[in-house]
Design a protein around this ligand. Structure first.
Ligand SMILES: [Zn+2]
Length: 320
């Protein structure tokens, strides 16, 4: 009798102990899981999809450690004729933030934006920027076509950085302070480089940029009071006419221009013709729409490209 009683007491004690142990294990597992999901939430970066390289570079600078930024354009691809693939559209649909340059550069993005889910914060980076009319255009580009190369004016670039910053803060308020600080830092760098440009063009032997490419530097020329002549209109899709080439050759000869510029990522054939017809030397002027594969791997930045452009412009325009 006594043994049976003792046995049942032992069974109750063991049962209670087991319940406590199981309880502790379950409680631990639950709290670990909860900690993991909190961690996952905190670690999950803002997923950002961008169209052109400047937007990609601005978004990376603003997002810093908290954003995972993708460039839709494959490195090295000419951007004006770019159309997104179905998998690009899937990527945009899954993003937290999608940034495009504006309807003048990417009409496809403007057309598609109403179809994106509400979970995607869609950002037109040209908002708040006054586009200028293209001074020079091809026959297939109507008079009054807007020049889409807004990022080649450093004030516009600063507005674009602020627009991206606001979208990030909106979508991820927990890191708003970091986005604000990163954006302010980037705008300060743009402003410093703008000062260098202004200073550099104050004493040059010519203010004429002759470009054996498409009309991409209208904003830059306007900003610094430079003259700009290009062989093609606002997109590099048409062969220049014989007359346009002849006019540029005449201009180079008449004004004794020593350097002509060629554009990035396309054949420098037009600039080479200008050079062989006039004896002018060649220099690159990179409008930074997209980035070459090697530069992408090496982490070349928009500011880096613009610094290199300034070096070449100072040589080409004979600045002190
Ligand atoms: Zn262009």
């Amino acid at each position: 009798m006594k043994n049976m009683k003792n046995n049942s007491i032992i069974a109750v004690v063991i049962g209670a102990l087991l319940a406590v142990i199981i309880g502790i294990i379950v409680w631990n597992a639950m709290s670990m899981k909860s900690a993991q999901s909190d961690g996952a939430r905190q670690d999950k970066k803002l997923s950002v999809v961008t169209t052109l390289f400047p937007l990609y570079d601005f978004a990376k600078a603003v997002g810093g450690a908290y954003a995972d930024v993708t460039l839709i354009l494959p490195p090295g691809v000419e951007p004006h004729s770019f159309e997104p693939t179905p998998s690009d559209i899937v990527r945009i649909n899954q993003a937290d933030v999608f940034v495009y340059t504006g309807k003048a550069m990417e009409p496809w993005a403007e057309d598609m934006r109403s179809g994106f889910p509400s979970s995607v914060e869609t950002v037109d980076a040209s908002q708040g920027i006054s586009l200028i009319e293209a001074v020079f255009h091809d026959d297939d580009e109507p008079v009054g076509s807007m020049d889409p190369h807004i990022w080649l004016d450093f004030d516009n670039a600063a507005v674009m950085v602020s627009t991206i910053e606001k979208a990030f803060e909106n979508r991820d308020p927990a890191h708003a302070e970091a986005y604000r600080a990163n954006a302010a830092d980037y705008r300060a760098k743009l402003s410093a480089l703008d000062g260098e440009y202004r200073q550099s063009f104050s004493a040059c032997s010519t203010h004429q940029i002759v470009y054996g490419g498409h009309y991409a530097f209208g904003y830059l020329a306007k900003r610094y009071g430079l003259e700009y002549a290009a062989a093609q209109g606002i997109a590099p899709d048409a062969e220049p006419s014989a007359k346009d080439i002849a006019d540029l050759v005449a201009q180079v000869k008449q004004d004794s221009i020593k350097y002509v510029f060629y554009e990035e990522l396309t054949s420098p054939k037009i600039a080479e013709t200008l050079s062989s017809e006039t004896g002018a030397q060649l220099l690159e002027l990179n409008a930074a729409h997209n980035i070459a594969q090697d530069d992408y791997i090496q982490g070349v930045t928009f500011l880096g490209i613009m610094e290199k452009n300034l070096v070449n412009l100072k040589v080409g325009l004979g600045c002190r």
